[in-house]
Design a protein around this ligand. Structure first.
Ligand code: PMP
Length: 423
């Protein structure tokens, strides 16, 4: 009853353009559990879209934010700086897989980090072009919308797009694009659309998030790096979704130790539920924009910075990279058992705990969006909150907090195997 009234108020007061998945409203949350306004509880495998690798309201994070709340909440770093911002930059510089000395600056949202990475790349190279990939997701602001490789619902109705953004093909064996073909699509851009010496950056998600949890093969990363070096193009890794232990490493780029990005964007699980994003990169590249060119009123907000320090502590103390591997292994076993009973499960893929399952018609191979939505709905009815993704919306992705208790994870696995194999 309460939810019905809330939905009526929501629909009257807020625009439909913010598509809302759940028809219930949250009341409180702890670790991997959500409670709604009518007293039901849910196992949260959405984690605020990949934000809560350390769970809801981790006690150490709450304590860190409360402590900061008592000291000061806002000065605008670019007006009055605070040590915690510098200390977080120092920590990220030590941890991020960047070649040589690194520098980091903070913003608020993932899209803002990507926008600023492009600005930094343009300032450093003096070039304008940006190459991204099919099915990529980089955000909803004008530039990041243009960089996103999916028209509906992100770009339709919102054009014209900013200039100088081009899409190459993202390699994915499952979707019929080999590494050779992906590389050839960049060559094609160089001959049809933009000269390589006018390209500032190639931006890619080392594991596509919204695009369906598709990992880029190491061969592709290596060849892309060589191409960037050949033409003086910067490589930007968008780790907004893949960062902070989800893949079993702090950054997904660490799965390709021979390949180093020039810049890495991060957000989401960086600050455990408070809005914070960042760009880390080679110091000389990061220093390209002149003073005043970067920043923002709330960029690197003190509460979010305090939270991020606690997140990094928790990831280390609770060995969340190892835990991502362990939980991911368990989930994979459950999914493979289900695949033996459900021929519509076309692919199980991912790295660490960044895992997804794709549904296709076993005869035609066509994407099964409706089946995927039905499975998501059945899971919701059984108390398990799941998110979908993929260019065709036929993929379920798993984003549970890595701090989830074993017994609750087991309970979720039982619901999952039931809904994946139910007639
Ligand atoms: N990049 C990637 C890889 C993302 O997954 C997202 C969000 N899903 C963004 C950028 C945009 O982040 P935000 O919604 O915080 O602007």
């Amino acid at each position: 009853m309460k939810h019905q009234q809330l939905n009526q108020r929501k629909n009257a007061a807020t625009p439909r353009g913010v598509g809302v998945m759940c028809n219930w409203f949250v009341n409180r949350a702890e670790n991997a559990t959500l409670w709604d306004e009518e007293g039901n509880s849910w196992i949260d495998f959405a984690a605020g879209i990949a934000v809560l690798n350390t769970g809801h309201r981790h006690p150490k994070i709450v304590a860190a934010v409360e402590k900061q709340l008592q000291a000061f909440t806002h000065t605008a770093y670019q007006v009055v700086p605070y040590e915690s911002y510098v200390a977080l930059a120092e920590r990220i510089n030590d941890l991020a897989p960047i070649e040589g000395p690194a520098k980091t600056t903070f913003f608020t949202t993932g899209a803002e980090a990507v926008e600023n990475a492009v600005k930094i790349a343009r300032a450093h190279t003096g070039r304008s072009g940006v190459i991204t990939f099919t099915a990529a997701f980089h955000g909803r602001t004008l530039m990041t919308m243009a960089m996103t490789g999916k028209v509906a619902p992100y770009k339709r109705d919102f054009g014209p797009m900013p200039a100088s953004v081009f899409h190459a093909r993202y390699p994915s064996e499952q979707h019929g694009v080999s590494v050779d073909e992906a590389m050839a699509s960049i060559d094609q851009l160089f001959s049809c659309d933009i000269a390589p010496e006018q390209v500032a950056a190639i931006v890619l998600e080392p594991i596509q998030g919204e695009g369906g949890f598709r990992p880029a093969p190491t061969e592709f990363m290596t060849r892309l790096r060589a191409l960037c070096d050949q033409h003086g193009i910067l490589m930007i890794a968008d780790e907004v979704q893949s960062g902070f232990a989800r893949t079993g490493k702090l950054f997904a780029m660490e799965h390709h130790p021979q390949v180093k990005a020039d810049l890495i964007t991060m957000a989401k699980s960086l600050a455990g539920g408070l809005p914070l994003s960042g760009v880390c990169g080679r110091a000389e590249v990061m220093d390209a924009p002149a003073p005043g060119g970067l920043g923002g009123t709330y960029a690197g907000h003190p509460l979010a910075i305090a939270s991020a320090h606690a997140v990094l502590d928790v990831i280390q103390e609770e060995k969340l990279c190892e835990r991502a591997e362990h939980l991911g292994q368990h989930l994979r076993e459950v999914l493979h058992l289900a695949k033996a009973r459900n021929p519509a499960i076309a692919d199980i893929r991912g790295v660490g705990s960044m895992i997804a399952v794709e549904f296709c018609d076993p005869q035609s191979g066509a994407p099964e969006k409706a089946l995927c939505a039905a499975i998501q709905q059945r899971a919701m009815e059984a108390g398990l909150l799941l998110l979908t993704c993929g260019q065709h919306g036929n993929v379920i992705r798993f984003l549970y907090p890595l701090t989830i208790p074993d017994a609750q994870f087991q309970q979720a696995m039982e619901i999952l195997s039931h809904v994946l194999t139910a007639e």
